[in-house]
Design a protein around this ligand. Structure first.
Ligand code: BEZ
Length: 251
């Protein structure tokens, strides 16, 4: 079940998820943008990383399916378009295609990878960090349990895909990429606020058809279910992120 509404609120993202760009060192090092390069940023969000890439002298096109993010990125001076990366139609256009913390929102991974392959120039690189196998497993388990208690099947509305390195490598090689890196690492991440803020930022789509009261009650139960698992005695909430990083080259 899905609605087409834009559920992203840039203010919530800035407040509750400011770590997303701040923790992007590995993927940025892998990308190593060069002056004069043309780079596509998939799921550009509020444009913070796109603006950083531009500071290195590259040209950036950011795409995102959220109109509020596209506007936020534009206000930072990043050239952006509302577009679903799974449907891009570029041919031999970019020196690099880059994405941080966005690909796991795209269920049609093989189609996306095929479109990216076409969008790259020969020799171009596809450089990604995304959620990988085991990502946010405590959150997913609690969502499964609490939604089931309320007669809702989380699996049927789970918007995320968290591949293993093996699965992703196979998808990349299938279209002809040379995979030079594809690895998983645990990255437990302390939240700047709390897990309720995290839910308000990232889970609106999952519970879009519930009344405000029902959604509020479910989210309060989620917070209490997770408190003993991910909240330390000093009140810091830490989410069990697992990152999949890959670099693939179009021959
Ligand atoms: C992630 O970055 O892994 C993520 C963020 C929000 C929801 C799901 C996954």
């Amino acid at each position: 079940m899905k609605s087409n509404k834009d559920y992203w609120k840039t203010q919530d993202y800035t407040l509750h998820a400011n770590f997303v760009s701040a923790l992007a060192q590995e993927v940025m090092q892998d990308l190593a943008p060069q002056r004069g390069e043309k780079i596509l940023d998939i799921g550009c969000g509020d444009g913070e990383l796109g603006a950083f890439i531009m500071e290195q002298g590259a040209t950036v096109l950011g795409i995102d399916s959220s109109s509020s993010f596209v506007e936020a990125a534009r206000s930072r001076g990043v050239n952006t378009r509302i577009e679903d990366a799974q449907n891009i139609q570029f041919e031999d256009e970019f020196d690099a295609v880059f994405s941080n913390a966005a690909l796991h929102w795209m269920p049609r991974q093989q189609q996306l990878i095929t479109r990216v392959f076409h969008a790259l120039k020969p020799g171009g690189r596809f450089v990604v960090e995304m959620g990988g196998d085991g990502n946010i497993s405590l959150i997913c388990r609690s969502l499964t349990e609490i939604l089931a208690e309320n007669g809702i099947d989380f699996a049927a509305r789970n918007p995320w895909v968290f591949p293993t390195p093996d699965e992703q490598r196979k998808r990349l090689e299938k279209v002809g990429f040379n995979v030079i890196k594809c690895s998983l690492r645990k990255r437990p991440t302390p939240l700047p606020t709390n897990v309720r803020g995290w839910f308000d930022t990232f889970c609106n789509e999952i519970l879009f058809d519930l009344s405000d009261t029902d959604r509020g009650e479910i989210l309060s139960s989620m917070v209490e279910r997770l408190r003993p698992l991910i909240c330390a005695s000093d009140g810091t909430w830490t989410v069990d992120y697992v990152r999949l990083n890959f670099v693939a080259i179009k021959p």
